[in-house]
Design a binder for this molecule. Structure first.
Ligand code: UTP
Length: 252
């Protein structure tokens, strides 16, 4: 009688991937004018590793380049919607740069919609996309992606190391808020951000409302500190602000 290799014939489950995560990378983190190529190479390596372990969607902002074109367009009398569309083009350009460095299976052309990114991510993680429609920012896109993907968390990699009680660029007494509830966060975003094309606040209104509604925690971290960004993506302790996570003040 032929001997069966039991270990080989037993049904096997493929390893369960970790829970989905979304990362929003500010344009001001992607292009600073200093060591951008080195940074993008290291960032792509980090995202490739994290994207192998879990479905990972990444959005890229437009930063300085988007604002320069938006300012120019504003002087030419373009409408706010047209300026938003210019911003979206720049965010998609950044997505193309990062996706190109990541290489297959990441789609080289950023998906035009959140729905398409969510469909793609289960076979091509990480998926990188830019903006989608006028009226919000790539933080909003990231939040909608997190909701559709049922993500465990959204990580906002930005140019400041968290949310501050006042603008740290203008006031040296500004202190970082370590934890905050969804409702209080939404109120701050509503107060501080604007609907104009090229707005500059750390997060946007659509994004804050979408995360609060779905109770998806948000980690706000300094995007240039890659070791810390990696910890936030993996759900380990990180340096920054946690919105709505365990231990965050209960929403009012
Ligand atoms: P960003 O996502 O870069 O936003 O989009 P931001 O907050 O201005 O800047 P950084 O990159 O985080 O520093 C740039 C602009 O593009 C338009 C908006 O005008 C936005 O301010 N945009 C972007 C949209 O209208 N819709 C989108 O989905 C994305």
């Amino acid at each position: 009688m032929a001997r069966t290799n039991l270990a080989r014939s037993m049904p096997r489950l493929s390893p369960t991937p970790a829970a989905p995560v979304v990362v929003s990378i500010g344009g001001s983190v992607l292009s600073t004018g200093t060591d951008d190529a080195e940074f993008l190479i290291r960032l792509a390596d980090l995202l490739k590793g994290a994207g192998r372990e879990r479905p990972l969607i990444v959005t890229t902002g437009g930063g300085r380049a988007a604002r320069e074109y938006i300012d120019l367009g504003r002087k030419l009398g373009l409408t706010e919607v047209e300026l938003d569309e210019i911003g979206i083009e720049v965010t998609r350009l950044h997505a193309r740069l990062l996706a190109g460095r990541l290489g297959p299976p990441t789609p080289a052309t950023p998906p035009p919609t959140v729905a398409e990114a969510v469909r793609e991510v289960h076979r091509a993680s990480p998926v990188v996309l830019g903006g989608t429609e006028p009226g919000h920012t790539t933080d909003g896109v990231a939040a909608l992606a997190a909701v559709r993907l049922r993500a465990e968390r959204l990580v906002n990699a930005t140019r400041v190391p968290g949310l501050f009680d006042r603008d740290p660029g203008k006031d040296a007494r500004a202190t970082r808020i370590e934890r905050i509830g969804f409702e209080e966060f939404k109120a701050i975003v509503d107060r501080e951000s604007s609907d104009a094309a090229g707005q500059r606040f750390v997060f946007d209104r659509l994004g804050a409302a979408a995360l609060a509604r779905a109770r998806i925690p948000l980690a706000i971290v300094d995007g240039r500190d890659l070791a810390n960004l990696d910890r936030a993506i993996r759900g380990a302790a990180f340096d920054g602000t946690l919105v709505g996570g365990p231990g965050a003040p209960r929403s009012r």
